[in-house]
Design a protein around this ligand. Structure first.
Ligand code: SF4
Length: 143
């Protein structure tokens, strides 16, 4: 950010000629990456890290993450793209629960830290981030 002035970047930019959503690869074209589990000393699980953001959304408010078609995550994104929202969301908002025909897509909007990755990266462009009610969201002290 500090190296960008008047539309010019000292470090240059890397373009890939399409949107981030369109650049999402199909799961069949990639190997599964097995990440090491957090050790609880230097690395921590996502929900522990989310707790540092002090994010809060009143549970009774309408979800601020809108799915244009609620069936797409399970019908398209999971079989074709491996359900990327369950990995790219830094706050663990999106979960696929169950297996096979019983798979459900759950949106834990209360955990959202407002990064808007899902709005940009969802390969089906099915998720829209909207402003939550009452200024709810992450509260980063001392920033
Ligand atoms: S805005 Fe960021 S934190 Fe919130 S649901 Fe989307 S990816 Fe997750």
């Amino acid at each position: 950010m500090w190296t960008n002035t008047w539309g010019f970047s000292l470090l240059g930019t890397i373009g890939h000629g399409k949107s981030d959503a369109a650049a999402t690869g199909k799961a069949a074209d990639h190997k599964v990456i097995e990440y090491p589990k957090p050790d609880g000393v230097l690395s921590f699980d996502r929900l522990t890290n989310v707790s540092f953001s002090f994010t809060n959304h009143e549970e009774s408010q309408p979800a601020h993450l809108k799915l244009a078609d609620p069936s797409i995550p399970v019908k398209v994104n999971l079989p074709v793209y491996g359900g990327p929202s369950a990995r790219y969301c830094p706050a663990g908002v999106y979960e696929f629960i169950g297996e096979g025909a019983d798979t459900k897509f759950q949106v834990n909007f209360q955990n959202c830290v407002h990064c808007k990755t899902c709005d940009i990266k969802d390969p089906s462009q099915n998720i829209t981030w909207t402003t939550p009610q009452g200024g709810d969201g992450p509260n980063y002290p001392n920033m």
